[in-house]
Design a protein around this ligand. Structure first.
Ligand SMILES: Cc1cc2nc3c(=O)[nH]c(=O)nc-3n(C[C@H](O)[C@H](O)[C@H](O)COP(=O)(O)OP(=O)(O)OC[C@H]3O[C@@H](n4cnc5c(N)ncnc54)[C@H](O)[C@@H]3O)c2cc1C
Length: 480
């Protein structure tokens, strides 16, 4: 048997279910393929900074695969419809009688894969679609009534039980080196027309070895203080592994296993007891898992639909000027602007600020969460539909387990609490760098003359009035 492995969002050799299986089952070699898919990427708003990281990681993957005597082919499909015939033609050309890949769960991706499976069947190619993007196959963990969970905490409890009972953290066997190369590898392009990133690539080192190094450093040096530090954007308190998880240079299994092993002397289960930082971090990785399950259980969330259908009655404000000011980090609210500028300048935004900026857009500006979701996707190095949609719908109070509509984060108190000295604000909003004390959090409280010297915008809206208006508009749709 010879197997073609189709790499997508799993750009690594270690603990890769599809690659591991291919190298174990094949007797006549393995061939890897990655498909450059501009039509699909455009439709899904893949950010230039993310694509750049993907291409650099693909080059690293090519080198790792060659050490296993597995060539990496790089092909191009302008539209997603070309992919099934492209893959079956490759199977014919390289005499592959099997195809393996790791499942992706978004609606379009699932439809694409269903077409690939049908084409392979017709061509007599055996296929294996593996679970790899999540620790637990979506749908395996359900409520007592057999439904998908819609609330995180019971999902997490059930997931932990499942993981323990099924030994789900066990890594897949290391890929076996093949005896001979089937063909030569293709060159990996360094750029794709239509995508250009201005963000310094040194910010996002590529490849699975870098992901592994980031994971080890985090577990060793920062995980134990994670529970406290994770909320302060000026600190390097979180793992910054999300870009690697998004393109699959690491897996959620590898992440949770590393934390589990570091927490091995816990009195109870290392998943949810022992060191608080490690347990909290595992729980955050499980949020990603939860949102993947939601995507499969409620696929409408992939198609611009609200999870809570009654909230679709909301008439959001149509205000392009306000939206543009939010995108550019010029709302006049320092913590919101700092977050939005961090996104533009680095391709990443701290989790607390994702919540603050998303709530400000949807509750204070009362602009549709779908616009914010798209903007994030177009700029995030870790753009991942399940988590991005989950985070946006949570913040907009339209989603599963969402923030109640009447609990709206106040950006000023968030700023005072989580950036008390204004260190983060000074880094991303240099116009305010000279301000001391409380003024940096709410510069509109300064006397007019001082304010005019700052060259910083006046707030777009009154925070408390817009907060109340949002609560009223949400309350109105609750009425029968
Ligand atoms: C509006 C909004 C949009 C978001 N968009 C994305 C996105 O496109 N891609 C993305 O990976 N995450 C997204 N998140 C979740 C979260 O903000 C990021 O995963 C986190 O900031 C990544 O940083 P980290 O790797 O240092 O996280 P850590 O704190 O180190 O957490 C470890 C991992 O756990 C997962 N995780 C942590 N928090 C969450 C969460 N709330 N939801 C889902 N998974 C989580 C991530 O995979 C993360 O890498 C979004 C959150 C919000 C509120």
């Amino acid at each position: 048997m010879r197997t073609l492995v189709w790499f997508r969002s799993d750009l690594r050799t270690i603990d890769n279910a599809a690659l591991s299986l291919a190298t174990r089952q094949s007797t006549r070699g393995v061939v890897g393929v990655f498909i450059i898919s501009p039509g699909e990427w455009r439709a899904h708003d893949v950010a230039p900074v993310k694509l750049d990281l993907m291409l650099r990681s693909l080059a690293v993957l090519r080198t790792s695969l060659e050490k296993l005597r597995i060539p990496l082919l790089v092909r191009r499909a302008e539209t997603v419809g070309e992919i099934p015939s492209l893959l079956t033609a490759l199977c014919v050309k390289h005499e592959c009688d099997a195809l393996t890949f790791n499942k992706e769960y978004e609606v379009n991706e699932s439809r694409r894969d269903a077409r690939v499976l049908a084409a392979c069947k017709a061509a007599g190619v055996v296929t294996h679609a593996c679970t790899d993007q999540s620790i637990i196959e979506p749908g395996e963990v359900r409520t007592g009534e057999g439904r998908f969970f819609t609330v995180y905490s019971p999902f997490k409890r059930a997931a932990y039980k499942f993981i323990q009972a099924h030994d789900s953290l066990r890594a897949h066997p290391a890929p076996k080196a093949q005896t001979s190369l089937v063909c030569k590898s293709d060159d990996v392009p360094t750029a794709i027309e239509g995508w250009h990133s201005d963000i310094d690539p040194a910010l996002w080192p590529a490849g699975e070895q870098e992901a592994q190094r980031t994971l080890e450093q985090f577990i060793q040096h920062r995980s134990r203080s994670y529970k406290v530090d994770r909320d302060f954007p000026a600190l390097p308190g979180t793992s910054a592994l999300s870009p690697h998880l998004a393109i699959g240079t690491t897996s959620p299994r590898q992440c949770v296993l590393a934390a589990y092993q570091a927490n091995a002397d816990a009195k109870g289960s290392p998943l949810d007891s022992g060191n608080e930082g490690l347990a909290q971090w595992i729980s955050e990785v499980l949020w990603r898992e939860f949102y993947i399950h939601i995507l499969v259980g409620y696929p409408r969330v992939c198609m611009h639909r609200a999870f809570q259908l009654p909230t679709e009655a909301i008439r959001w404000n149509d205000n392009p000027q306000h939206f543009e000011a939010w995108c550019q980090g010029k709302t006049g609210v320092p913590i919101v602007d700092a977050g939005m500028r961090q996104l533009r300048q680095t391709g990443w935004m701290h989790n607390r600020l994702r919540m603050v900026t998303a709530m400000y857009l949807t509750k204070n500006l009362f602009i549709d969460w779908k616009l914010g979701e798209k903007w994030f996707m177009q700029h995030l190095v870790d753009g991942f539909l399940a988590s991005n949609n989950g985070g946006w719908q949570w913040s907009a109070s339209t989603g599963t387990d969402a923030a109640p509509y009447f609990r709206i984060m106040n950006p000023v108190s968030q700023s005072q609490r989580f950036d008390p000295k204004g260190d983060f604000l000074r880094q991303f909003v240099p116009e305010l760098a000279g301000l001391q004390g409380e003024a940096i959090h709410e510069p509109w409280e300064l006397p007019g003359l001082l304010r005019s010297r700052l060259q910083y915008p006046e707030p777009l809206v009154d925070l408390s009035k817009t907060r109340q208006a949002a609560i009223d508009r949400f309350a109105a749709i609750k009425k029968p």
